[in-house]
Write a protein that binds this ligand. Structure first.
Ligand code: ASP
Length: 297
């Protein structure tokens, strides 16, 4: 599980630390009865509920101060997957993406009409409102925007605390899921990497799974997660994660991306070119979930 690569380091006492560990535990519980996809979706769902990260109840806001969410899910089994973008009527867009994957032919549904599928997916139809913390931050940024112009301001918020998970089920099928509010002050209607298969996530039964965080516009351009999965053909999950981050750093510069990976044996990898990336995973040797934020493992 990752909790984004944009907020710098935080300490073990920070509630996000427990949020990451709790999310992995929720994913593992779902995988006792279900697949890797069930685990990844449950883990991301727990982060959406928490309000602590840039997704679900804690999402960042558009230049108009609104919540517009992106999410996606993918299973390596037959490259099944789907994304949703600009979702405004459920704080659980990852569950909506799962419904689109399981019930339609499509890989991307966006905009106001996603409300229709929220009902069909038996999720509660909500009017999403900014959290207190997000509203306060928007107020502060808006003051600056009046001086500098909102269009330029978005560049300062390259990445945030998007969340994502990768897993391999007991059937050996890898899966990934991701959910985000996108970038602070993004233009209304913008869709980022987290809705797009191959960019913000990828899973392939022959390779493994990957999930990204960072500047969506850069991640889409280099097809980051598909690339990371292809790198697993010739190397470990950790090596593939590092190679994919080297690649995006070379092509688009540093400070814009983080990634987590899992190979078919369940070995995990993580890499980022920002200061830090919160992440947690089940450590088989220690027999428990562990979490870290900095470059150490
Ligand atoms: N990848 C997200 C986006 O660009 C941002 C993030 O990772 O925080 O929509």
């Amino acid at each position: 599980m990752h909790g984004g690569a944009g907020s710098g380091r935080y300490r073990e006492e920070d509630p996000r630390f427990a949020g990451l560990v709790g999310a992995v535990e929720a994913g593992l519980a779902a995988m006792k009865k279900g697949s890797g996809t069930d685990g990844a979706v449950a883990a991301v769902g727990s982060m959406e509920d928490s309000g602590l990260f840039n997704c679900g109840r804690g999402a960042c806001l558009t230049a108009e101060g609104r919540v517009e969410l992106d999410a996606a899910v993918m299973s390596g089994d037959g490259l099944a997957g789907a994304g949703v973008g600009n979702v405004t009527s459920t704080h659980r867009p990852v569950a909506l993406a799962r419904w689109v994957m399981d019930n339609t032919e499509h890989v991307l549904l966006v905009g106001e009409r996603t409300r229709d599928y929220v009902k069909l997916a038996r999720l509660e139809v909500e009017e999403l409102t900014p959290s207190e913390a997000s509203a306060a931050r928007f107020e502060a940024i808006s003051k600056e925007a009046r001086h500098r112009g909102a269009l330029r301001l978005v560049r300062r918020f390259k990445t945030g605390d998007t969340v994502g998970a990768v897993a391999v089920g007991s059937d050996g099928v890898p899966a990934a899921a991701v959910s985000t509010g996108g970038r602070w002050m993004k233009l209304p209607g913008r869709v980022g990497d987290s809705a797009i298969l191959g960019a913000g996530l990828f899973a392939d039964s022959k390779l493994g799974a990957a999930c990204a965080t960072g500047t969506g516009e850069d991640i889409i351009r280099v097809g980051l997660c598909m690339r990371a999965c292809e790198y697993m053909e010739a190397g470990t999950a950790q090596r593939a994660a590092a190679r994919s981050i080297d690649r995006i750093s070379r092509v688009r510069g540093r400070g814009n991306a983080g990634i987590i990976t899992v190979d078919l044996k369940g070995r995990v990898g993580a890499a980022f070119n920002t200061e830090a990336m919160g992440r947690a995973w089940f450590d088989e040797v220690k027999g428990r979930v562990v979490a870290t934020v900095g470059p150490d493992r």
